[in-house]
Structures are given as structure tokens and as C-alpha cells.
Design a protein around this ligand. Sequence first.
Ligand SMILES: [Zn+2]
Length: 448
Amino acid sequence: MKIHTIGGYNEVGKNMTVVELADDAIIFDAGFYMPAIVEMQEEENSTHQEYTEKKLRNNGALPDDVFVQKLGLRNKIRAILLGHAHLDHIGAVPYTSYRYNAPVVGTPFTISVLKKIMEDAKIKIPNKISPVNPNSTFIVKGKKRNYRAEFINITHSTLQTSMIALHTPEGIVLYANDFKLDNTPVLGLPPNYEALKRIAKQGVKVLIVDSLYSGSETKTPSEKIARALLEETLLTIENKKSAIFVATFSSHIARIKSIVDFSKKLNRKVYFLGRSLKKYTTAAIEVNMCPFKNEIQIGSYPKQVESILRKVAKDRESSLVVCTGHQGEPGSILDRLSRGKLPFEFKKNDNIIFSSKTIPAPVNIANKESMDKRFKKMGIRVFDRVHVSGHGGKEDLRDLISLINPENIIPAHGALHQLTPMIELAREMGYRINKECHLMQDGQKLRL
Ligand SMILES: [Zn+2]
């Protein structure tokens, strides 16, 4: 087999990998490079919904799948398999998948989010779109044979994330991008260790693995720790008379559940503000994974947002607002609040809790810093990083490799400095560089 590393091997984002077999080829993920999207929004004061493929491509927001055509693979693609619902894994699907006569496959939540993105962008794709339940199998129809693609449930920072085990005559390809090993997720199923043990026995030819935090000497804590951090912040600070705003990842439904749970304890009514919160919450409701659906009021259109904020301004002691803008994204609710562009006036000692971490791209760091400054000028208490990551650290990776015992390892999901520690770990575990562990870059191929 050949592995083509299309995107996500030089940077964090635009994830895309192609596995080429005799007569067939299969795509894993097609994601956005988010910093490019943010920059475009900043320059033009617009949203990605308004962009064309050409424009996104010229700005470096899409994986270079034109390269797939240059390799002569276009007519061999038999499926586009999606690991989870994050935009850096599925954002490019609406702009690239029409080229391939292949179904787009993912878990129900992933598919639901994808459909919402396409509705927003007013894009229709000719591909069949097939949801597959967590811990079940999709059959990929090849030219002369079929392949089983197992969607093995794993934990991450959004719902129904899968490791995808593609069964081929040459062994199993395990696509593990992204994950952490969380045995106590707040929402959804724990990792399916039984399935992972079983495929390990069957023989994993190659593990393509999320190595973003392979350099951090730790096991990433469970989501229950993030829940405890939120509990401590929300329930022990002096906030009886002040407003509380919480910003977090819209796709992190488990985190949002914790926020809603603790607002109930505070006897505060919960409001969600922002389009992406609406999008992901609606997707969670559609797949029956939104336990708080009756306890929230969502505002996404400008008029709804404004009327909710007016209500909150009058009723600040008994409201809690969850909103977009944890990265200081221009045009997000929090960004506009910080610029006084929305009908809500902060008072001294109001609280803003970031249940998030700034994604370390220069554009995000700059946006977040200047937004924080504006808030601090208003006398607001800012609680940053009430958060744990969805990406495994070095010790999660060590456990996964011990469990899977793959023949080959390909680190993914990062630039060179993020992938190198994974190679170091693999070497420590007996893998030889360029023999069994392979440091790849965008646009390369590896023959196994
Ligand atoms: Zn992810």
C-alpha cells in the first residue's frame, strides 16, 4: 500500500490522508486550515460561508487535494471517511468531495454537523452521505473487492469521535486522528478498548496518529477534570451580583453540558449566543446527545442576540451566557461585546470564563490578547484556561502504541516540532526511523 500525506503534516489543520491500495484509494478527512480562515474573516469582515473553493484554496485554507489528481488517483477514490466533526477535519469536504465519485462517511454527529455547514454555505455535493454509528462498520466498495471500515469509538473534545480501522488485504490501517484516552468522559462512550485489542490481534499494518501533544510529558486529564475546574470556578467565586459569561468550543458538547449543569446550581438561566453554538447544539439534538436541550435559550441571528443581551443586562444576577469568541475571533459575540458593539454594558467585577485555550497561531494569540486588554480595562475578572485538552499527551500515545502494537507509525496533526517528539517516543519503544516510524510532510508518499 501507499500512504499519501496530503495535509496536516506541516501544520495543525487541513488534515487529509490518502491510502492507496491496488485498484482503490480511500481518503481520510478533508479539513480547513483554521488560521487562514480567521485571517480571511479579519480582512474582509465576513464568514467562511461566503467563500468559493478557489478563494479558500488561494488563501491556503484547503488541503492540496489537487495533488491527488496529479497522482492519477481521482478515479480510484472509493470513500471519504471522516474521523470526527471538527472543522480542521471536515471543513474542506463541501469544497473538495465533489471531485470524487465516492460516499462521504462519518458518525451521525459528524454527518449532522457537515450537513449544517453545507446548508450555511449553500453548497450541495453530489456524493452520497452515509452516517455510520459509533462502534459499527461501513463497507467500502472497491473495484474488485470490498473493505471494512470500522468506526471505533474514542474520546476527544467533540461527540462521536472515531478511530477508523480500515481492513485491507495487507493489514489494518488505523487512522487515529484526533484522540485522547479518557475513561470518564462527561458525555458519550468511553474508548472501545475491546475493539482496539481485537484489531491489534488481527494485525495493524500502520498507525496514523494524532501527535500534536506528543511533546508534552503527561497523560492528558479526563474531561471530568475540566468539569471539576468549571465547578470550582463557577461555584466558589464571589459572583452573586455580577454577570457571568463563559466562552468555549461550540463543538465541545460535553463541556457545554457541565456549564449548563453548574448554572442550574447557581439558579441562573442559560443563554447560548452565536451561530456556531446553534449549529453544534442543533446537531447534538438531532442525534439525541443533547441532555440540556430543554434548559437553554439560543440566540443566533443579530436581533435574537440583541434581545437576549438586553434581557441579561436587566437580569444579570440570574443569567449565565455561553457565547462564541474564545479565540477572540473578529465578529464573534465576545469580540463585539469587548468593543461595545452589542447592547450589554459590563460592570466592574463581572466575570468572563474561558473554558478553552488559545490555539497557538499568531493570528489567534494577537486577537485574544487585544480582546483580554479591552476586557481588563472595563474591570472585568477574566478566568483563562479553565480547560483540559482533547488531544492525548505522550503517555496516552505510549499506551495506545502498546495496545495496538502497530508495524508502522506515522505521526500526524502538526508541524515538524510537534511530530518529532512522537518519532522520539516510537524510537524509545523500539521502532526504527524510516524503517517502522516515518516522519512525513505534506505532499509526500510512503510505500509500505
Ligand atoms: Zn479534533
